[in-house]
Ligand binder design. Structure first.
Ligand code: HDD
Length: 700
């Protein structure tokens, strides 16, 4: 249920169920606590007299074993952690709703895809893949994009990523992929990074990884915000209509704020500036009422159409270019409520691709088939009991009734003697329904013999990566080539570096040459043999990133640097204009409280050293010359400007700021404007100054 941001500020004193119990009993404890708060109790409800001191034999004597209050508190604390997810451990999530805008009744019976205007609650969790739960938000990595729809016909989980393809074709290879990318087991590093030998060793020996890898080397893998990422269901699924006919479908999420990424140097510095950059950004947006929204779109195609594709749509390393099967927008997701409790919701939520509702079905994609097993299996150990479906975040919001009983942590109290079917003792006990129940599509698969076989139609590993490469503009290509160089430069084993560059030759000779040159290779290594000829596909503009950035200030954050003596009216003018266009503005100063020109005190949002410019999309500065002179001796203050400049951000500055700008090597261009040019600054703040890049960075 959506809650207004006004309500959200109010914190609950105790979990509501405890409060209900206390109220229900008319407990005297409430009165003793003068009505303003409940009395602290143990988990058994026994009032706690003193939460500071354990029970001791004498004031300086030993602590007594009989202190059940101490023992309970410490025992619970000792068991507060559960195993983190083997992948996607670091995540941030929010509640919201999904609303269908166009019915797919022709293709499916699923009510969530046919009932226009119905608002279905969702819980959406974004994640990095490789790092642990406490790792940083901004490494180069694929991002998880998992949505739990609490539909009227049960929970449907669409467990996707922000990249439309996956590294491997068969679930059999997943443990190997993950063991290779996670920190190396003997040394325990690197954390949350693919730039190390074991990952690239695996990659170099698995040509099927080439397509996802080139996406992961693009700026898609260093997003600016979780709110500015696309999401993809990746696999082909089936939609099943009333007549039992099947249509294949691929699911897509499109951020209304457009796609937006960081540049690598910025992403790397963000790791130091704010570990929680993405989580904080999502939290602040929702708290400010700037609810993130995504369009939900589908690509629909028939079995016959699929047979004509020059690739196999059951191969998860392939995408269906939008130019071949256009996207059809059918709905919208809005995230409007931050979880009340990170552990109870974001940590305990259990997504599973096998959670599917009538009218939707799986395809034979071998990666998907393996996933159907893995999630429930891992959740049994992660959450400790098959009753995890009873946790509020996992429980369906529609009526449900089953005969599953007992097990660890059974929270319900099922009534009656009947927990089986068929039965004749309890008429109201649940029974299966052929009419309403989930029906699998009666697929007729008869295309060969049983065996551990990879289909020949899965053998083309280079055509789509090549298509991706030729679809990128010059800046995007330079970023991709440079990230291969960066990542491979961290691989100390020459034969692995060479093997990867050999594969790149099948994608594009120029890409291979640029990477080889960046790594200082004297000559291009040989390309490995390939099973089939690479096909020449036309460019697909839809896979580009920069063209998908939106010309808007919505979702952008602008910093204004002030100090003692700064002109308050200039500050107000800029702030108001930026906020009017939807930007969030933060005022930064060398001290948390300053005196503006005229003596008026101003408490600012952050102190300069704690608010480096990497945290913002654009920066402005209103400094008095004497303050600027002081700050120019401070490397951090100079870096504030030189980083903003190097990260291609708009800079507006007053004349007083000039001494630092000079020291920071900020040179005039379209994105560096005088503070008086508010309109020019806001225009430049909507985008990045790509033309500046060759002057600030050497790219491959
Ligand atoms: Fe997975 C978690 C996405 C392949 C096994 N996966 C997990 C999450 C996401 C994905 C977003 C985190 C969900 C959350 O927020 O809790 N995984 C994908 C995508 C894949 C994919 C888009 C390919 C298209 N995954 C995949 C394979 C396997 C797994 C092939 C195993 C055979 N994934 C898991 C898992 C996780 C998981 C081990 C870890 C925690 C969990 O499930 O609950 O079961």
């Amino acid at each position: 249920m959506a809650t207004s941001s006004a309500n959200r500020g109010k914190t609950k004193a105790v979990p509501s169920n405890e409060a209900d119990v206390l109220r229900g009993l008319g407990n005297e404890l409430q009165q003793q606590a003068d009505g303003s708060h409940p009395v602290l109790t143990t988990q058994q409800g026994i009032p706690v007299p003193d939460n500071q001191n354990s029970l001791r034999a004498t004031p300086r004597g030993p602590t007594l074993l009989e202190d059940f209050i101490l023992r309970e508190k410490i025992t619970h604390f000792d068991h507060e952690r559960i195993p983190e997810r083997i992948v996607h451990a670091r995540g941030s999530a929010a509640h919201g709703t999904f609303e269908l805008t166009e019915s797919l009744a022709e293709f499916t019976t699923a009510r969530i895809l046919t009932e226009v205007g119905v608002k279905t609650p969702v819980f959406t969790r974004f994640s990095t893949v490789a790092g642990g739960a406490g790792s940083v938000d901004t490494p180069r990595d694929v991002r998880g994009f998992a949505v739990k729809f609490y539909t009227q016909e049960g929970n449907w989980d669409l467990v996707g990523n922000n990249i439309p393809v996956f590294f491997i074709q068969d679930a059999m290879k997943f443990p190997d992929l993950i063991h290779a990318v996670k920190m190396e087991p003997d040394r325990g590093f690197p954390q949350a990074a693919s730039a190390h030998a074991t990952f690239w060793d695996f990659i170099s020996l698995m040509p099927e990884t080439m397509h996802t890898l080139i996406w992961a080397m693009s700026d898609r893998a260093i997003p600016r915000s979780l709110r500015m990422m696309e999401g993809f269901g990746i696999h082909s699924f089936r939609l099943i209509n009333e007549a039992g006919e099947s249509t294949f479908v691929k699911f897509h999420w499109r951020p209304r704020l457009g796609v937006q990424s960081t540049v690598w140097d910025e992403a790397a510095k963000l790791q130091g500036a704010d570990n929680d950059f993405h989580r904080r950004d999502l939290f602040e947006a929702i708290e400010a009422g700037a609810y993130p929204e995504w369009d939900f779109a589908v690509q629909l195609f028939t079995e016959e159409e699929a047979a004509e594709f020059p690739f196999d749509h059951l191969d998860p390393t392939k995408l269906i270019p939008e130019e071949l099967v256009p996207l059809r927008v059918i709905g919208k997701m809005t995230l409007d409520r931050w979880p009340d409790n990170l552990f109870a919701e974001t940590e305990q939520v259990a997504y599973c691709p096998a959670n599917i509702v009538p009218g939707i079905d799986f395809s034979n994609d071998p990666l998907l088939q393996g996933r159907l097993f893995s999630y429930l299996d891992t959740q049994l150990s992660r959450l400790g009991s098959p009753n995890f479906t009873q946790l509020p975040i996992n429980a369906p919001k529609c009526p449900f009734a089953h005969n599953q009983r007992d097990g660890h942590m059974q929270m319900q109290v099922p009534r009656g003697r009947v927990a089986y079917e068929p039965q004749s003792l309890t008429p109201e006990a649940p029974r299966a329904s052929l009419a309403l129940g989930y029906r699998s599509f009666a697929a007729q698969d008869d295309d060969g013999a049983k065996g551990r076989i990879r289909a020949e139609s899965f053998a083309d590993h280079y055509s789509q990566p090549r298509q991706f490469w030729i679809s990128q503009n010059e800046t995007e290509q330079a970023h991709i080539a440079s990230s291969y160089v960066f990542e491979l430069s961290k691989v100390e084993v020459a034969h692995v570096r060479e093997a990867v560059v050999g594969h790149l030759r099948h994608i594009d000779e120029n890409l291979a040459e640029r990477v080889a040159d960046g790594l200082g290779m004297p000559k291009l290594p040989p390309a490995p043999p390939k099973a089939v000829q690479t096909q020449e596909f036309p460019p697909s503009p839809a896979v580009g990133l920069i063209p998908k950035m939106k010309d808007t200030l919505e979702g952008r954050c602008i910093a204004i640097l002030v100090s003692d003596g700064s002109d308050g009216s200039t500050l107000d003018r800029l702030r108001n204009a930026a906020e009017k266009e939807g930007a969030m503005v933060k005022v930064v100063a060398p001290k948390l409280s300053i005196r503006l020109k005229g003596g008026q005190r101003l408490d600012v949002d952050g102190q300069l050293a704690g608010m480096p410019s990497v945290l913002f999309d654009a920066v402005a500065s209103i400094l008095m010359p004497e303050e600027a002179d002081k700050l120019k001796q401070d490397a951090g203050a100079v870096g504030w400007f030189s980083d903003a400049y190097a990260h291609l951000k708009a800079i507006a500055a007053c004349g007083g700021t000039r001494p630092i700008l000079e020291k920071a090597n900020v040179e005039p261009d379209d994105g560096v404007v005088p503070i008086e040019d508010v309109a020019g600054f806001l225009r430049a703040a909507k985008t990045r100054q790509w033309g500046r890049e060759p002057g600030v960075r050497t790219l491959a």
